[in-house]
Design a protein around this ligand. Structure first.
Ligand code: ADP
Length: 397
């Protein structure tokens, strides 16, 4: 791919991610434990609480989300020619993206090779016009392979991972692997959902633990990970999945339905707490005469702001290293800076910042630096695109 194309695509992805407040990645150690069922029902339970939610089905070998959400007969289309398509709105405020909606027919078989799979995941984040969302739930294929890895790397700052398991020993062994995988990637784990935990006899109401019980709790304790809830076996889950009528919507008053709602509530509270600590970050901007400079690479001073709980808690001015392609992004990263405010920056610099997980926001040089940081805190600055055409790495103003 041409370097500029690649940068444009990185930009499209970052713009999309900017519109998505939180991403919840759902994984499982093995297939058939109900991972897609849990993804769909968590997403619907969040939507029932009035949140705007997306589901992205990355399980491209066995995409079942389209069927479970009743959109399997719909195809992705752009509203206007040349525009990127939007995910399909399955019910009010719930948007679904699945490879199934891109195939000619639901029975079409695709032989996926490694690079193709990665390409599809990138396309899901770049070639689709995602709406503003409170939560994006990503349903990954089972296991700890390339797909969940790519998802976590491409999204960059995943809010957290939910691990789905059944109570059997083998599945729990797999869950240990999954937890270690997520920990290695330094991504937060929101919790474990134990599925198919016991069967409530519809006739006598007695609960039978078909696959043992209490295992997830033990694994959770040993890794210090919360078990968010245990969903019993319920024939209605199979029917609702097959009929495309999500369980929490149609069977919300059952034991399982109630537990799904509780799980969604726990996730919202957990993510809310996490967000509050996220309101603590470091931001930087190049300075000229005490204001935002138009020359990112050649500024003599940088203002470094420590934001705590949405307020500027500390401010210092530091001298950057001499300008070359990578030194300033590297220096900012070492200082712990996650966001920069810029005016006039080359695509190359944006790319180098992105490689260090630093986001560049477009600032207005007529505004004071404190006001700019306040706008950044209030989420009212746009991600920067190069306004200096042709300016790549090493370009001199
Ligand atoms: P995975 O995504 O892990 O492969 P699915 O969500 O596709 O698993 O579920 C596999 C099958 O098990 C589906 O037919 C689904 O309806 C069924 N299922 C999932 N959870 C339950 C449950 N708690 N009770 C009964 N059936 C379930």
């Amino acid at each position: 791919m041409h370097q500029n194309d690649e940068q444009n695509r990185d930009m499209l992805r970052m713009e999309n991610l900017q519109k998505i407040k939180n991403t919840i990645v759902v994984i499982s150690g093995k297939g058939g434990v109900g991972k897609s069922t849990v993804s769909v029902n968590i997403a619907y339970a969040l939507a029932l609480q009035g949140r705007r939610v997306g589901i992205m089905d990355v399980d491209i070998h066995g995409p079942s989300i389209a069927k479970m959400t009743g959109i399997d007969n719909k195809r992705l289309v752009s509203e206007e020619e040349g525009e990127r398509p939007r995910p399909i709105e399955a019910v009010h405020n719930l948007f679904v993206l699945s490879i199934a909606s891109m195939l000619e027919s639901p029975d079409e078989a695709i032989i996926w090779r490694g690079p193709m799979k990665m390409g599809v995941i990138r396309q899901f984040l770049e070639d689709i016009d995602w709406p503003e969302l409170d939560y994006l739930v990503v349903d990954c294929p089972p296991g700890t392979g390339d797909e969940p890895l790519s998802v976590i790397q491409l999204i960059g700052d995943v809010t957290g991972v939910v691990v789905v398991t059944t109570p059997q020993d083998v599945a729990l062994l797999d869950v240990r692997k999954s937890i270690n995988f997520v920990k290695k990637l330094e991504t937060p784990i929101l919790g474990i959902v134990e599925n198919m935990a016991g069967f409530v006899c519809p006739k006598c109401g007695e609960k039978v633990d078909i696959f043992k019980s209490g295992g997830a709790e033990k694994v959770g304790k040993s890794f210090n990970v919360e078990v968010l809830g245990s969903i019993p076996i319920d024939g209605n889950i199979v029917n609702s999945g097959d009929e495309g009528k999500p369980y929490v919507y149609h069977y919300g008053k059952t034991e399982g339905g109630k537990i799904f709602s509780e799980i969604a509530e726990k996730l919202m509270v957990k993510i809310g707490k996490q967000c509050r600590s996220k309101n603590t970050f470091k931001a930087a901007m190049p300075l000229e005469n005490g204001k935002l400079s138009e020359h990112f690479g050649h500024a003599k001073l940088f203002g470094i702001f420590t934001v705590e709980d949405k307020k500027i808690a500390k401010y210092e001015e530091l001298t950057p290293p001499p300008h070359d392609c990578e030194s300033i992004p590297k220096w900012l990263n070492e200082l712990g800076v996650e966001k920069v405010i810029v005016k006039g920056i080359g695509d190359g610099a944006i790319k180098n910042l992105a490689l260090k997980n630093i986001k560049a926001y477009e600032g207005d040089i007529s505004i004071s630096k404190d006001e700019l940081v306040q706008k950044l805190i209030d989420n009212s600055l746009k991600l920067s695109r190069s306004n200096c055409p042709g300016a790549g790495c090493g370009h001199r103003h």
